[in-house]
Design a protein around this ligand. Structure first.
Ligand SMILES: [Zn+2]
Length: 319
């Protein structure tokens, strides 16, 4: 059976108004918990777990603690790591999942898979779509500026990812099941336009801007859900990020690696980059954090890296 994934039900409300009747397994990170703890009086927490890395080994350790809990529902509170671990635990425990993002830092709280670090690359394993995502825009607006709207990189990666998809089509390199679909490509471009237009407002923490960024993330995820793969949104900019992570070490925010990846790959693709740079800057994505030597080493390694990890064809294969 081929399943088309859906988006979680999304609620816009204050975390202070959440009333949860069932005992909760809380999956969070120290910083995120500190930011929202005082708002979560309506939750009866049976067990609280702190997630530190994106590996199944670590999550399986958490799973053994979780299995001893009497929790009936999982809550993931934080950014992408908490969401990915929460999806994994909820799927393994067969429990419903609610995600409370503390920043719009990635698209992970909307997808059906969890990204795990595996042999120097990122693999996406099927876990589950959260049943509910609750957005407290007041909390998200108050997040540190560099992560508040960093999820713009997961929408802006359409700029380079869908370019790669078309490029692969023109070179007969798209794998079966990932054939180029012009209307999907065009749809992705309009989502990209939407996110570029909201970058200033979202980066500033305006509620309207953050809501639009959320809409763009949701539309990008659902477009990929419909076609069953991520080629409209994931390409060489993500490959750059995955490869660079081996050199800079774990724990970097996703946007700090994908943002520079978008700029570098868009330039390699011959695209005008001014609009992309302005949007990334408006959302406080650091574009100069990766040392030059690391960038150069990553670019030199990318073609071999992409083949070694069987990444779908893009500009990074032929730099
Ligand atoms: Zn991403």
């Amino acid at each position: 059976m081929k399943q088309i994934q859906n988006l979680p039900v999304s609620c816009l409300m204050s975390y202070r108004e959440i009333e949860e009747q069932h005992p909760v397994l809380m999956v969070t990170s120290a910083a995120a918990w500190k930011a929202v703890e005082a708002r979560l009086h309506g939750l009866k927490i049976a067990t609280k777990l702190e997630v530190s890395t994106a590996t199944t080994e670590h999550w399986d350790t958490l799973l053994s603690s979780a299995a001893r809990s009497n929790a009936e529902v999982v809550y993931a509170v934080g950014g992408g790591l908490a969401a990915d671990a929460g999806k994994y635990l909820a799927a393994e425990l067969n429990l419903p999942l609610t995600v409370l993002p503390t920043a719009l830092s990635v698209d992970a709280f909307l997808t059906a898979t969890s990204g795990v670090r595996c042999e120097g690359c990122v693999a996406y394993i099927e876990t589950k779509v959260p049943e509910v995502v609750i957005l407290d825009l007041e909390v998200i607006a108050a997040a540190p500026a560099s992560i508040r709207a960093a999820g713009i990189t997961d929408v802006m990666s359409i700029a380079t990812g869908s370019w790669d998809w078309k490029f692969a089509h023109e070179h007969g390199q798209n794998l079966p099941g990932m054939e180029f679909i012009p209307w999907v490509y065009e749809n992705a471009q309009t989502i990209l336009d939407g996110v570029l237009d909201c970058a200033v407002a979202a980066g500033r923490g305006d509620r309207e801007g953050l809501k639009t960024l959320y809409d763009c993330l949701a539309m990008e995820v659902q477009l990929c859900n419909q076609v069953g793969h991520a080629r409209p949104e994931e390409g060489s900019e993500h490959y750059f990020a995955y490869c660079a992570e081996n050199l800079v070490g774990p724990g970097w925010p996703h946007g700090d690696l994908v943002g520079p990846g978008i700029m570098l790959m868009a330039a390699m693709q011959g695209q005008a980059t001014e609009r992309y740079e302005s949007a990334l800057q408006a959302c406080h994505i650091p574009l100069d954090r990766i040392p030059t030597a690391v960038t150069e080493e990553t670019l030199a390694a990318l073609p071999t890296y992409c083949r070694k990890h069987n990444l779908p064809f893009g500009i990074a294969h032929v730099l």
